[in-house]
Each structure stands twice: as structure tokens, then as C-alpha cells.
Ligand binder design. Structure first.
Ligand SMILES: C[S@@+](CC[C@H](N)C(=O)[O-])C[C@H]1O[C@@H](n2cnc3c(N)ncnc32)[C@H](O)[C@@H]1O
Length: 298
């Protein structure tokens, strides 16, 4: 009885009733409630504390904000109060404002996912920075379906996308056509023995392909042959790992590389001025990538 009479007393306030009715429709934070009921934040916080004190609402932390929602179950003796509050006339137009607020929240979320999700913005950043480069002739060794070839074609003079798999190349060709990229030449060749003449590339990229080839040293030597003096090699590879299933299931021939060993192979092929960077572990993935670059001396 006590709780019921206290609840009557606490709800004998129009703003409090409006707040209860709003949080019964959707979890809301203080800022949102301030914009909906149009009273000062301190006043909203005071009302929320009263409602929470009686166990009418609960609070929950989400993405750095505290959200308030209805805590009452329908078998609580005070449930009729909530029902009455919901059915009462909405003279202040709270429901319409709440619908607008929830729609704006969804739009923001969708926009965030489409445009501002880190993967997307980093991709745009990479494109923006690359657009500052002079027009380069680039070879993409083991291009697969051409994700990098197409990204590089947006700023390169010309890209030679090389792979031994006709399947992968045909997908890469279709995607390049879709993106209206006309500066890519697709070559179906073995990276150990390329038909391209030497000394013509500004940049060779070998992304996650060396662990597939029989002789990484021979492929790195082909990269050195194709590059102009002063040209650069960029290798993206896996660190050593124990996932032996990749040998049979994915056709890997090497369980990653130690960056030092790979750098020694590049040095052997004549490269100098190395940079090495290891990427942070990506979630629970057993694989970790590193980037190694070298320059063919002028
Ligand atoms: C894991 S995919 C990498 C695709 C792409 N570079 C990327 O990073 O998304 C490795 C590619 O290397 C190609 N490859 C493996 N051995 C090769 C060889 N000896 N000659 C040419 N391509 C080869 C495979 O066909 C495959 O498409």
C-alpha cells in the first residue's frame, strides 16, 4: 500500500508523467528527454531520480550514455498507472517529437555505419593521400580479384595486375569494368617468370601472395628486375603462425614469414632503405600482418 501511495504522489506531476510515458516507449538518455519535454537538465535528472527511487524506471549504460527505460512489469500493482499515463491526452505532442527523435537516431546510426565506420574512413584517407603521388607505373603481384589493383588504378598511371588464376583474373576484369577503370592490364602469368621487360615499374606491390609461391626469393628478384632504379617494393605478409590447415585448404606454401628473414631476402635481391611495420592483432584472428618496404638503389 505504501509503495502505491508514494507512486501516486510521485506521479502527481505532469512532467514526471510525461517522462514515464516517454521512457515506456523507448530507452532515452537525459539529453534526449530534455529536448522532448523542454525543461532544464537538472529538473529532468531530479524527476528521473524520483521515478528510479520507486523502481518505476531503470538505467542502463550504452556507448557512454545512460539510458532510462520502464522497469515495471505488467503484473505489478502499479501497472494501471503506466497504462493511464500512456492513454492520457498528449497535449504537448510528446509522441510526435519522440518519433522524430527515434528516426533521427536511426538515420545517424545508418550514416555512421555507411560513412564513418573506421574501415571506410581509413580507405578514403588512403585514397586521398595516394592522390598526392605523382602518376606511377605499378605492378600488383598476385592481384587476386584485384582489390588493390583497382584502388591503385585510381591514382596510378598504369597498373599491371598479375595472377596465375584465370578465375580470380576474370572477376578482377569484371570489377574493373564496373568501376570504369581503363588503366589496368591483366596478365595471367607465373610470378617466378614474368614476360614484362625490366626497369619499367615505379612500384611493385606484393600483398599476401608470397606465402603462396614456391620460391619467395625468386619472386622478390622478379620485383627487383621489373623496377626502375629508385623504384619501391611494398610487401604485405603474415607473421609466422601455426595454422597448418591453410596449407591444404587455402593453398599456402609458407606459414607466414619472420620480417627479419624476409628483409634479408629483399637485401639479397639488391633492395636497400627498408621500413618495417607490424599491424596490431585484429580481434581473435590467428593471423597478424606486417608491411615491409624496400628501394631499388638508383
Ligand atoms: C591471397 S591472394 C592475394 C590477393 C591480393 N593481393 C590481396 O591482397 O587481396 C594470393 C594470390 O596469389 C596468386 N598466386 C599464387 N601463386 C602465384 C604464382 N606463382 N604466380 C601468380 N600468382 C600467384 C593466387 O592465385 C592468389 O590470387
Amino acid at each position: 500500500m505504501d509503495v502505491l501511495s508514494q507512486s501516486f504522489r510521485v506521479l502527481g506531476d505532469t512532467t514526471r508523467l510525461r517522462i514515464l510515458r516517454l521512457v515506456a516507449q523507448a530507452p532515452l538518455n537525459v539529453t534526449e528527454l530534455v529536448s522532448l519535454v523542454g525543461v532544464a537538465q537538472s529538473s529532468v535528472s531530479h524527476h528521473l531520480a524520483k521515478l528510479k527511487g520507486l523502481g518505476l524506471i531503470r538505467e542502463e549504460r550504452q556507448a557512454g550514455f545512460t539510458y532510462y527505460s520502464l522497469a515495471l512489469e505488467s503484473d505489478d500493482s502499479r501497472w494501471p498507472l503506466v497504462r493511464l499515463a500512456r492513454e492520457a491526452e498528449d497535449a504537448a505532442g510528446d509522441s510526435a517529437r519522440l518519433s522524430d527523435l527515434l528516426r533521427a537516431r536511426e538515420d545517424r546510426q545508418a550514416l555512421n555505419e555507411r560513412l564513418l565506420e573506421p574501415g571506410q574512413s581509413w580507405f578514403l584517407w588512403a585514397g586521398a593521400l595516394a592522390s598526392l603521388l605523382p602518376p606511377l607505373d605499378v605492378a600488383d603481384f598476385g592481384c587476386g580479384t584485384g582489390v588493390f589493383s583497382r584502388a591503385m588504378a585510381r591514382w596510378a598511371r598504369h597498373v599491371w595486375a598479375i595472377d596465375q588464376s584465370e578465375d580470380a583474373l576474370s572477376q578482377a576484369r569484371t570489377l574493373a569494368l564496373r568501376d570504369e577503370l581503363t588503366n589496368i592490364t591483366f596478365l595471367r602469368e607465373d610470378l617466378h617468370r614474368l614476360s614484362l621487360s625490366g626497369g619499367r615499374m615505379d612500384l611493385v606491390v606484393i600483398s599476401q601472395s608470397l606465402h603462396h609461391v614456391e620460391s619467395p626469393a625468386a619472386v622478390v628478384a622478379e620485383a627487383a628486375r621489373l623496377l626502375k632504379p629508385g623504384g619501391r617494393l611494398v610487401v604485405l605478409e603474415l607473421l609466422p603462425h601455426e595454422e597448418k590447415w591453410v596449407l591444404e585448404r587455402l593453398g599456402h606454401r609458407h606459414l607466414g614469414f619472420s620480417p627479419e628473414v624476409l628483409e634479408a631476402a629483399l637485401r639479397e635481391a639488391g633492395f636497400t632503405s627498408f621500413t618495417r611495420e607490424t599491424h596490431a592483432r585484429d580481434g581473435a584472428s590467428p593471423f597478424r600482418v606486417f608491411l615491409l618496404t624496400g628501394v631499388k638503389p638508383s
